[in-house]
Design a protein around this ligand. Structure first.
Ligand SMILES: Nc1ncnc2c1ncn2[C@@H]1O[C@H](COP(=O)(O)OP(=O)(O)OP(=O)(O)O)[C@@H](O)[C@H]1O
Ligand SMILES: [Mg+2]
Length: 429
């Protein structure tokens, strides 16, 4: 790296009450290519510095109003001016003054009468130091930005990888289960028919041979034929309901991941929400706890052109967070006899966008935490329970990918509300 400090066009402020000194110093510095401003007392100096910040200050200690130390102290207290290098000028060369000059924040000290070469060398040296310091600060800032970007990219990659393997797993499983359930459901109908036929056959036998042998009689009693006839139909019925439910979950999984469809699609947002709710059934109806009520208020929405599976992913993330927040507030809700509830509301008020609101009466989010919600890896959940990536991913999907909005409104103990504003048409960049 080459350092090319702009020492020659640097702006230097000379503060001295002796016109001769000012004249001497300024002609010397102007000759070297520096830009020079002058002030004859402390107040003027401070005003000049506030108006335009110089790159370096040559500051006399003995000034009429405030002395040089005071001017220096005042500049060091102000964040804007504290890094301007100050070289003290003085005829007083006692050790005590020099020490004080450094104590109040000066970087150097030149004594009168001035040595031409010495002044130039010191000025150049401190301007160079200041330039280096600025460069370091700038690089530090760039590093911080890069680090932030890196963390975001790492988070994105992690989440993408997770979703990709989850998606593949889900699609593989859906395929396998679908095939197997297909056998069962397609065989159930003939099985029911066969059983009916067999039962009718038995009945015919009973009519034709009303006096069965003792062995047959004993077996009929053992199997409780009357009950069996009645129960077998119910049994087949519940097997049918079971397979229908499995098929509904598989369908939801397919809608949710939309793996066999092109990425950008015009979709019915409500269909996506419903598929997510099916997949979250076990969390909404937990064992040994009151179920979580879901209040769905769906207004008429147009089809939305979007990355459908990603929008479903966002709804899934927000609902999962809402359930987590409700689980963490179970005791409070029970004490207040309040039903654990999630409200999902969709609206189409602005012609160009639809709104999806997901609200819960869980633990809520303290105001101090709200600005950090979308930071990579920000989580309040126990290790292994939360990765702190879902909201960041959701934000990236809604705001960066779809040019929409994802807004959080919450107060502690009053639940949280996340609002998605999704443009009807995706503008690809
Ligand atoms: N509905 C909500 N109510 C209360 N707090 C919430 C809600 N949604 C998010 N939060 C807070 O925001 C944090 C970040 O949420 P995010 O979904 O990004 O990560 P996570 O849920 O902790 O982990 P994961 O990445 O596994 O979902 C949560 O840890 C939680 O503190
Ligand atoms: Mg989460």
């Amino acid at each position: 790296m080459t350092v090319t400090p702009a020492t020659h066009s640097a702006d230097i402020l000379i503060v001295d009450d002796m016109p001769d000194n000012i004249r001497f110093l300024s002609s010397l510095l102007i000759e070297q290519g520096y830009r020079v401003r002058k002030a004859i007392n402390g107040k003027m100096a401070l005003t000049a510095i506030q108006t335009i910040q110089p790159d370096l200050i040559l500051l006399d200690i003995n000034l009429p109003d405030m002395n040089g130390y005071e001017v220096c102290e005042s500049l060091k207290q102000d964040e804007q001016t504290q890094s301007i290098p100050i070289i003290f000028l003085s005829a007083l060369n006692e050790a005590l003054d020099k020490v004080k000059a450094f104590q109040v924040g000066g970087v150097d000290y030149i004594t009168k009468p001035f040595q031409l070469e010495e002044i130039l060398v010191r000025v150049k040296h401190h301007l160079m130091l200041k330039t280096l310091q600025n460069q370091l600060q700038h690089q530090n800032q760039e590093l911080q930005t890069t680090l932030g970007e890196l963390r975001k990219t790492q988070a994105q990659l992690l989440q993408k990888q997770k979703m990709l393997s989850l998606g593949q797993l889900a699609s593989g499983m859906a395929h396998e289960i679908n095939n197997s359930v297909g056998f069962i459901s397609s065989n159930l109908k003939p099985a029911k028919q066969y059983i009916q036929d067999l039962l009718e056959l038995i009945e015919l036998y009973q009519q034709e041979y009303p006096y069965p042998s003792d062995t047959i009689q004993a077996f009929m009693e053992e199997i409780n034929l009357d009950f069996l006839e009645e129960d077998v139909n119910q049994l087949i019925g519940s097997m049918q309901t079971g397979t229908e439910r499995i098929q509904a979950v598989i369908l939801a999984l397919r809608i949710f991941s939309r793996l066999n469809e092109s990425e950008i699609k015009s979709v019915d947002i409500h269909e996506g929400i419903k598929s997510v709710l099916v997949l979250l059934q076990s969390r909404l109806y937990p064992e040994n706890k009151p179920p979580i009520r879901v209040v769905e208020t769906y207004n008429k929405l147009p089809l939305v052109t979007c990355y459908a599976s990603q929008i479903n992913q966002v709804i899934f993330n927000l609902l999962n967070n809402a359930i987590d927040a409700i689980e963490a507030a179970r005791d409070r809700l029970q004490a207040a006899s309040e039903a654990p509830t999630i409200w999902i509301t969709t609206t189409w008020e602005n012609p160009d966008l639809v709104t999806i609101k997901i609200q819960d009466n869980g633990i809520g989010i303290p105001e101090t935490m709200q600005s950090r919600l979308f930071d990579p890896f920000f989580t309040t959940k126990a290790v292994g329970k939360g990765t702190g990536l879902s909201l960041l991913t959701s934000y990236q999907i809604i705001v960066e990918k779809h040019q929409g909005q994802l807004i959080c409104v919450s107060a502690p103990h009053q639940g949280a509300e996340f609002k998605i504003e999704l443009p009807l048409k995706l503008t690809t960049t």
